[in-house]
Write a protein that binds this ligand. Sequence first.
Ligand SMILES: NC(=O)c1ccc[n+]([C@@H]2O[C@H](COP(=O)([O-])OP(=O)(O)OC[C@H]3O[C@@H](n4cnc5c(N)ncnc54)[C@H](O)[C@@H]3O)[C@@H](O)[C@H]2O)c1
Length: 365
Amino acid sequence: VDVSVALLGVGFMGSAHARAYTSIPRLYGSGIIPKIAWVIDADADLARRAARDWDAQRWGTDWEEAIADPSVSVTDVCLPPSLHRDVVTAAAEAGHAIYCEKPLTTSGKDALSLTELTESRNLQTMIGFNLRWAPAIRYLRDLVSSNRLGTIHQFSGTFMADWAADPAAWDWRLSRAAAGPGALADVGSHILDLARFLLGDIESARGESATVIRERHAGEAARLTDNDDLFVATLHFRSGALGTVSGSRIATGRKVEAALELTGTAGSARWNLNRLNELQLYLDEGDPLENGFRTVLLGPDHPLQKPFSPAHGVGISFLDTKIIEAHAFLTCLDSGTMPSPSFRDAWEATSLIEQIEASAGVPRR
Ligand SMILES: NC(=O)c1ccc[n+]([C@@H]2O[C@H](COP(=O)([O-])OP(=O)(O)OC[C@H]3O[C@@H](n4cnc5c(N)ncnc54)[C@H](O)[C@@H]3O)[C@@H](O)[C@H]2O)c1
């Protein structure tokens, strides 16, 4: 399959996607060789350097020019979320497969309309919920679906970060116009998606959110933050399981830390992004005087890990989950199948965020 990518935005995530495209041929040897046809960024210097470093054919500052290029077959969206709606709509009209960073858009209404637009045109879509691709998370899902943990009755998940704990910090994530919800969309979307991925559909979500640092002093001028710094929420799964989730961008000392725990009738498991290659596993079996949580080190015999490490005990990194994700996307393009997680999964996460905001009394935009 001819994969010719327009890579839009080459900040943190755009670079991670470029690294993924260039690593895939060597790591997988599957004959899938994506070409980066365009690198686009509003920062011309950044776009030019990225095109040089990642061997892209062309670079520019105007995403419309790249999407209009008839040689392009894939649009890859790594721009701030407020741009996603227009960019994805243009890519859908051009008939492209679309790989979009989370959150899909800044509102549930737009997320649903983009999902319906791309589905009505049979376009292949993927959303960048890359924690799903951590080998430990895949193995955990296998444990759940094979019933090794019994019936799961409780989920707890947190996603804490502290980059905005400094009142002088400023970023597009701190503005509702650019980002939509704050911690809820930035980190909360990941943990809500993992809850769905591991335990299935969520019937309802309720919660509270707060903006703790309203006025920020970036340079001379004071700027107001109008989305949440932190949230807490409860989940009711269709299976009957209950869940709690929380997230923050001002959790002092928690750099970027996602963590979750599943409790079942026959066992439990815990995972933490900061120890991404380990799973804490408890199986209710054996001598009760000696059983307890054990540390399972992920290795090449676990799902997805083999291309990265031929040996046990040699792990992967956070950014490697982006390589696995991009490879899964390209494999679906090659086989003509629908990627997962797709835009519909993105909309499901956005709709949970909207339920949490509604119950917290945040005005609907
Ligand atoms: N999956 C993950 O773990 C993860 C991690 C970080 C970010 N993200 C998502 O990736 C997306 C991008 O985030 P980021 O951290 O890379 O942000 P970033 O600020 O590092 O990069 C965004 C880039 O977009 C460019 N840009 C802004 N407006 C533009 C325009 N109109 N035209 C062209 N370029 C423009 C900026 O110059 C910047 O280089 C967001 O949706 C974010 O939520 C996902």
